[in-house]
Design a protein around this ligand. Structure first.
Ligand code: HEM
Length: 487
């Protein structure tokens, strides 16, 4: 082949590549017409896949923040960037003000989760239903997991479960700590939502949830061998399991032999709207499926990370332990277990948890959709575009949190983050309804762990995975050792 032919082919390929790299941007500029001049700066990536390739590459490397950093480096600190994510023209917002605005303006923004996520969580879950329906179901389901009365009822149960789990693990030798903690937090939400179900049902559900979760932020490729395909299969199995529980409950109600123990499923079975309409099976199943998922993965991961960070930082561990020892020492001899009052006094522990929530940022982003054209930070977000509220960048912003990758609970001394700069549980009408319960669970666990145990990791430098959530690749393999004889 002559040199000039090779050169021509190379030039042709370069031009083609350049064209392909821009065509998605041109297409969406054309679609929004005049408004394209007001769009935020950014890059719409490649045709069809958009920016997903760079997103996945960054999140599969050891520097996931490089994804958003590349926007900041190329387009400046505008705090808002156009992109093409999860199959949709999108805007990524990365500043506290913009995040707060999007999360709290229900007139302009609605949930905008990718279709693939809605298929996994269910069209009747909170991310698929209307504004009014969400308000009603949220009121009903959030009440039993909020407030002092509800929390003190669960506290005792949580404490018993935590104590027996820690004792059991300390006798098991090497364990996947994260897997075991997720089982523990799953048991806790199961008690609240489906209290009367058997151990076998619990184990089957927990297994399927693990697979379901791997598909949540994966590419939506419904072909055997891909995470999304397995996740959809797990959803089917979960729905079948919930359906059989529901059938049994309905037949017990008919024969007047319902259990005296009432849980969330019973509440959902009986609730009526203002016109006397009850929820159908699909609605009940999707709400439960979503709650059980949201309620255990997150707290399980945060418990693991808080334990790991404490164990890695002996001074912080000692300070946190001293606080818990003081709590235990001041306890009246006739008092059994922790109280809510004690929990509210654990100031340093609360900082340890907030710092873990910030550093890990379990939900790296949440999704909204613009209901109408709207200006944010001076740029237009066109109607129908998705908005990704990128918590991770806010929580790792060095202007708000100096040395953001350091685990430093004392940064919270006399520091109240300004609105929008600390969003581990989101904000606005979709603020996590389990935030109090989650912090309580984590505190009860750390109270007992700090007083009586230590974690020895098999591979402390184990590389991390960042999708669907940040975790060590070995699921935190290690040994839980008892260091005190007290219980
Ligand atoms: C450390 C633990 C937790 C973290 C970090 C966390 C985080 C979040 C975040 C960021 C959202 C907002 C989603 C959005 O804006 O679209 C959310 C929503 C939600 N969380 Fe949590 N969560 C935790 C624990 C829990 C627990 C224990 C439960 C239930 C028992 C729960 C149930 C829910 C539900 C049902 C929603 C949807 C709320 C709605 O759309 O109205 N979460 N969570």
């Amino acid at each position: 082949m002559s040199f000039s032919l090779v050169l021509s082919v190379a030039i042709f390929l370069l031009v083609l590549l350049g064209f392909l790299r821009r065509v998605n941007g041109w297409f969406y500029d054309y679609k929004v017409g005049e408004k394209s001049y007001e769009l935020p700066p950014g890059d719409m990536g490649w045709p069809f896949i958009g920016n997903m390739w760079s997103f996945l590459l960054a999140f599969k490397s050891n520097n996931p923040d490089s994804f958003v950093s590349s926007f900041i480096q190329r387009f400046g600190r505008t705090g808002i960037y156009k992109a093409f994510m999860f199959g949709n023209p999108s805007v990524i917002v990365t500043t506290p003000e913009a995040c707060k605005r999007v999360l709290t303006d229900d007139e302009t923004f609605m949930p905008g989760w990718p279709v693939s996520t809605v298929k996994l969580m269910g069209e009747k879950s909170f991310i698929g239903i209307s504004f009014e329906e969400h308000k009603r179901l949220r009121r009903l389901t959030a009440a039993p997991i909020n407030g002092n009365e509800a929390l003190s009822i669960y506290m005792c149960y949580i404490e018993d479960l935590v104590k027996s789990a820690l004792d059991k693990w300390s006798k098991m030798g090497k364990i996947e700590f994260l897997t075991e903690v997720r089982r523990l937090t799953f048991r806790i939400v199961m008690y609240i939502f489906l209290s009367s179900e058997s151990e076998a049902v619990l184990e089957a559900l927990e297994r399927e949830y693990t697979t379901l979760n791997y598909g949540v932020r994966a590419l939506a490729i419904n072909i055997p061998g891909f995470a999304y395909y397995s996740a959809l299969k797990s959803r089917k199995k979960l729905v079948a399991l919930f359906q059989s529980i529901l059938n049994e409950r309905r037949s017990r109600i008919k024969s007047n032999s319902a259990s005296s123990k009432r849980d969330m499923m019973d509440a959902l079975l009986h609730v009526e709207d203002e016109n006397g309409r009850k929820l159908n099976d699909e609605e009940i199943i999707d709400v439960l499926l979503m709650y059980l998922n949201a309620g255990h993965e997150s707290s399980g991961h945060i418990i693991m990370w808080a334990t790991v960070f404490l164990q890695k930082n002996p001074e912080i561990f000692a300070k946190a332990k001293a606080e818990q020892e003081a709590v235990a020492k001041n306890r009246p001899p006739n008092q059994k277990g922790m109280t809510l009052r004690e929990y509210r006094q654990m100031e340093y522990l609360s900082k340890v948890i907030d710092e873990t929530l910030r550093l890990v940022t379990f939900s790296l982003t949440v999704f909204r959709e613009a209901k109408k054209d709207v200006k944010v930070n001076g740029y237009t977000i066109p109607k129908g575009w998705k908005v990704l509220v990128w918590f991770r960048t806010v929580h790792h912003d060095e202007d708000i949190y100096p040395e953001p990758l350091e685990f430093n609970p004392s940064r919270w001394d006399d520091f109240t983050p300004k609105a929008g700069s600390f969003l581990p549980f989101g904000a606005g009408s979709r603020l996590c309804p389990g935030n109090d319960l989650a912090k309580l669970e984590i505190s009860v666990f750390l109270h007992h762990f700090l007083l009586n145990y230590k974690l020895e990791r098999e591979n402390p430098e184990c590389p991390l995975m960042f999708l669907p959530h940040t975790r060590p690749k070995d699921n935190c393999m290690g040994t839980i050792r008892r260091v005190s004889s007290e219980n």
